[in-house]
Design a protein around this ligand. Structure first.
Ligand code: NAD
Length: 289
């Protein structure tokens, strides 16, 4: 483990554009359960996984019905899906979130692309965060992608007037910003994430099972990036070879398909809340030396 920590510190300090990809695992040490880890919500309750796929269907069939259920505290949606919101809102960032934020302040980490909807990276001070699956505390127009803070829309008043679903000034229907299972990733987020992926020369993947698509495609896209390097052969000829342009590192409690398929260069197995602060300390040490 210590060797791998030294290795990632070396790789980070040699990188020109490092980015992090994060998943639910980075927030478990803040008390928010993941989906597929040993104590995950779906590991314990597989029915919840099946039902979660029904929400987007409900929204597509009738946005009005979706909103009526969403605003009814006794409905399935409120009780099973949105009941976790209270827990997430109370959660605080853990040392893993803070370490990534510090790496950004040192100019090493340029961007975080997170699957999490909990806002903990921003609470820890990270500035450039792409919320791939949206955010818990926002709404989004499904036509123009405009985001609204939750306090910008008075849903109770709209419901009372019988005007559900809420609408944007462009006329588009407004939904929760969180991306439902089966829902396409908003086009602005998808485009920015691919741009960051093409640009990075180091990708630090933290706390994700890497099985949710299209997010899990990002490391695969990064793996395809190659640069040309000149090399001298044994017979003294110069040849041009294509080598991977991106170092891909996983920090996760367990191996993932990225590990098994050799998409990542190496896995540092353990808790992000313990490993990331160790990395940060060594980076600081080298910078101040
Ligand atoms: P996942 O539940 O599929 O996988 C989490 C991974 O993290 C697992 O491999 C697990 O072993 C690992 N892990 C758990 N705790 C860890 C720790 N402390 N350190 C290192 N690794 C740890 O999560 P996913 O890949 O992000 O996909 C789940 C989907 O659910 C995402 O789309 C996400 O939007 C959503 N989700 C978000 C939150 C949140 O916002 N905090 C919570 C649950 C689910």
């Amino acid at each position: 483990m210590e060797d791998l920590i030294e290795r990632v510190v070396h790789d980070l300090l040699n990188s020109k554009y490092a980015i992090a990809l994060t998943g639910a695992g980075i927030s478990t040490e803040s008390g928010i359960p993941d989906f597929r880890g040993p104590d995950g919500i779906w590991t314990k309750d597989p029915e919840a996984e099946r039902r979660s796929y029904e929400i987007y269907d409900l929204f597509l069939k009738s946005p009005k019905k979706y909103w009526l259920e969403r605003l009814d505290p006794e409905s399935f949606l409120s009780k099973r899906i949105f009941s976790v919101f209270g827990e997430i809102e109370k959660a605080l960032p853990n040392p893993g979130h803070y370490a990534l934020s510090e790496l950004e302040k040192f100019g090493i980490l340029k961007c975080i692309i997170t699957q999490n909807i909990d806002g903990l990276h921003q609470k820890a001070g990270s500035k450039k965060v792409i919320e791939y699956h949206g955010s818990l505390d926002k709404f989004r127009c499904i036509e123009c992608n405009k985001r609204f803070r939750k306090n910008e829309i008075n849903l109770d008043a709209i419901k009372e007037k019988g005007d559900l679903p809420p609408r944007c000034e462009c006329g588009g229907i407004i939904k929760d910003d969180g991306v439902f299972f089966g829902e396409p990733i908003p086009s602005d987020v998808s485009r920015r994430s691919i741009e960051e992926t093409w640009r990075c020369d180091l990708m630090l993947i933290c706390g994700t099972s890497a099985v949710v698509y299209p997010f899990a495609e990002l490391p695969r896209i990064a793996r395809q990036r190659r640069v040309e390097r000149e090399k001298m052969t044994d017979s003294g000829l110069y040849v041009v070879e294509k080598v991977p342009a991106t170092v891909i590192v996983e920090i996760n409690a367990e191996p993932t398909p990225l590990t098994y398929e050799n998409i990542s260069d190496y896995l540092i197995q353990g808790k992000t809340g313990e490993i990331l602060p160790k990395i940060l300390e060594k980076v600081k040490d080298r910078i101040h030396r």
